[in-house]
Design a protein around this ligand. Structure first.
Ligand SMILES: O=P(O)(O)OC[C@H]1O[C@H](O)[C@H](O)[C@@H](O)[C@@H]1O
Length: 309
């Protein structure tokens, strides 16, 4: 009798659990023990762990896990607005809505299929939404955990409306860092940024790398598609790869702002860094029937690993 190699069953590697509000969460696992957890509340990625079980995404210890508010942490989907640049609620409304699992998503082209275990989520604009944002859309998210532990998020937004609409989009990504003072971001050198702390004034990044010694809230525009966040103390690097997302928001609230945030511990700014792949400076316009795709891939490598930015 021949021996067959064990086959990893991607379907069996996907489990549905519930959070303490009774909202479904999808848990993805890979053969080496890495995992990711995605909530139907906003399509938010609540957890991403490596094969040693270490959490790679920050969640505030004071996060409010109460519907309808998205919790502070993980990766939330900001659409059709990021921040307060528009008439809608901060970061748009889909992060506060209940999405569904999409068992039969429209096919992706073969180049867009990463493999691994994945889930497809869907949010369709509701009658209620149309009252304050009068455009019908379908927002799909495929969250994949690859065999090597990478997390890939691919969003597709389709205009199912009779008229064009414009939007901004961001993956609001909270990374866990050992100590923000020991962290540097590479890949944004010489890139222009809009400084949210100076009325969005435009500057050009002058340093070899971005380091942190006070509050930072910037939108780097038209950036390269690969950026690295180096955590010296923990001797590891997050590599952020993106497609369809020209801009990057870098945010750390530092001490004073942290104290003013009710759902954030006073000292937690030391362990958190937001680096958000985004489309902000030039909003995306979709005509009826058109679709936009944005992709984010997160990898963690040891600091000694060399890669090209
Ligand atoms: O407090 P939130 O609404 O979650 O926003 C948190 C932060 O998000 C982004 O990074 C913005 O650039 C910041 O200006 C904002 O303070």
């Amino acid at each position: 009798m021949g021996h067959s190699a064990p086959v990893w069953d991607c379907r069996a590697a996907t489990e549905i659990t519930q959070d303490w509000n009774g909202i479904d969460q999808v848990v993805l696992r890979n053969p080496k023990g890495a995992s990711a957890r995605i909530s139907l509340h906003g399509g938010q990625v609540c957890s991403w762990r490596n094969e040693q079980g270490e959490e790679l995404l920050f969640t505030s210890s004071k996060a409010i896990f109460k519907a309808p508010k998205a919790m502070r942490g993980g990766i939330s989907i900001c659409f059709p607005q990021f921040g307060s640049c528009g008439s809608l609620e901060q970061h748009g409304f889909v992060k506060n809505k209940i999405w569904t699992i999409d068992d039969n998503p429209p096919p992706m082209c073969s180049d867009d299929i990463e493999g691994g275990s994945f889930v497809d989520l869907l949010y369709r604009s509701s009658e209620e939404d149309l009252k304050f944002w009068p455009y019908s859309f379908e927002l799909r998210l495929r969250a994949s955990l690859l065999p090597d532990g990478d997390l890939v998020l691919r969003s597709r937004i389709r205009n199912v409306n009779g008229k064009p609409f414009g939007f901004s989009f961001a993956y609001h990504t909270h990374l866990v860092v050992s100590d923000i003072s020991e962290v540097r971001i590479e890949g944004l050198e010489t890139v222009d940024f809009l400084d949210n702390l100076c009325q969005k004034e435009r500057f050009t990044e002058q340093g070899d790398a971005i380091t942190f010694e006070s509050e930072v809230d910037r939108v780097y525009v038209s950036t390269p598609n690969v950026i690295a966040v180096l955590d010296h103390e923990r001797k590891r690097t997050y590599v952020i790869r993106k497609e369809g997302l020209p801009d990057v928001v870098v945010w750390n609230p530092w001490e004073k702002k942290s104290k003013a945030m009710v759902d954030f511990g006073d000292e937690e700014y030391k362990q958190m860094l937001c680096v958000n792949g985004a489309a902000l400076e030039r909003p995306i316009t979709l005509r009826p029937g058109e679709e936009w795709t944005g992709k984010l891939q997160l990898t963690v490598v040891p600091s000694s690993f060399s890669f090209d930015l």
